[in-house]
Design a binder for this molecule. Structure first.
Ligand code: GDP
Length: 304
């Protein structure tokens, strides 16, 4: 139900386009497939993923000879679900904090404004609710506002934060955060980082340095590199995923702002195109508005 709340606009928009795509048609033919292609592309599923879906439906049309348009919803749902099942990114995707080695370190990356700080706050809240001891690190030292915003979330969730002045070395903040977390015997560390995409080499160097320095405190960290993408930007989110996965090893994705956008189809494209699991989706500005993403439930919610 809460998923429906988050996807309302995407779903309404998609289903209304889909019904227009079959007006005056009784069976799925080339015209219907062309229209369907347009519907998927304009719903931000992405061209590559759209073509894969259309191929699968074409294959069914040629096998079944006659497919009525009333069946299109069912077929589409099956084929999208089938496509996503083939990606090897699992389905039960919540972070499972391993307490055998503390602390579990999550480094969060993404462009400014995508909802990075908010996602960190929501995650911290979820971990705290599970009884875990969380420490935040304000390693986005490029903007004073980023540090202030993270502080606001730290206060709201009531977890400690490690920070330095604006302009200080992000790696130094990360080092301090991990040291402090070890001292406090914390379970989870969430590190915010600056996301300046305009210079890929700088970004790569900075993230690499942050990682290297963290490894001096806790071997093998970070456990997760979470890339946050703004779903309401549609194809831009795609582009950012491409850029960031080139700059650093991203292990998981969070797609935010799916409430209030009709571009939620982008999550289907992202799930298909990147062999990186979408683990969380943001469906509002509130502390509870972060959901564990389940790709098959997500597809189902489009059609139910
Ligand atoms: P950052 O610059 O990436 O750290 O972005 P922020 O976390 O400061 O978020 C930017 C804006 O997006 C804020 O106004 C947030 O409240 C808003 N925001 C973040 N996540 C969501 C979401 O899932 N849904 C909605 N509607 N707004 C969100």
């Amino acid at each position: 139900e809460s998923l429906d709340k988050g996807l309302e606009k995407t779903k309404t928009n998609f289903l209304s386009k889909l019904s227009k795509a079959v007006v005056g048609k009784s069976k799925v033919d080339d015209d219907v497939l062309d229209n369907l292609e347009e519907v998927l592309v304009s719903s931000d599923v992405g061209v590559n993923t759209t073509l894969k879906i259309i191929d699968r439906i074409e294959a069914r049309v040629s096998k079944d000879k006659y497919l009525g348009v009333q069946e299109l919803n069912v077929i589409l749902r099956e084929e999208i679900a089938g496509l996503l099942s083939e990606t090897n990114t699992g389905n039960e995707t919540e972070f499972s904090v391993s307490l055998s080695r503390k602390p579990y370190v999550i480094m969060v990356v993404g462009v400014n404004g995508v909802g990075k700080t908010t996602t960190i706050g929501k995650l911290a809240y979820q971990f705290k609710k599970q009884g875990l001891k969380v420490v935040l690190g304000a390693a986005d030292t490029f903007r004073a506002a980023a540090i202030d915003q993270l502080q606001v979330w730290a206060d709201r969730v009531d977890v400690p934060i490690v920070k330095q002045n604006m302009g200080s070395d992000p790696a130094s903040v990360a080092f301090d955060t991990l040291s402090s977390a070890v001292k406090q015997d914390a379970d989870v560390v969430i590190i915010d980082t600056a996301g300046r995409l305009h210079n890929k080499v700088n970004l790569m160097n900075e993230l690499t340095k942050v990682k290297r320095v963290m490894q001096k405190v806790v071997e093998g960290t970070p456990d997760e590199v979470l890339l946050v993408l703004d779903g309401s930007t549609g194809q831009n989110a795609f582009e950012q995923a491409k850029q960031f996965t080139k700059a650093t090893e991203v292990t998981s994705l969070a797609v935010t702002k799916l409430d209030g956008t009709a571009k939620g189809g982008v999550v289907i494209g992202i799930s298909d195109q990147f062999q990186i699991p979408v683990k969380y989706i943001g469906v509002g500005e509130g502390i509870e508005d972060l959901q564990v993403f389940n790709k098959l439930e997500f597809v189902d919610s489009f059609f139910s």
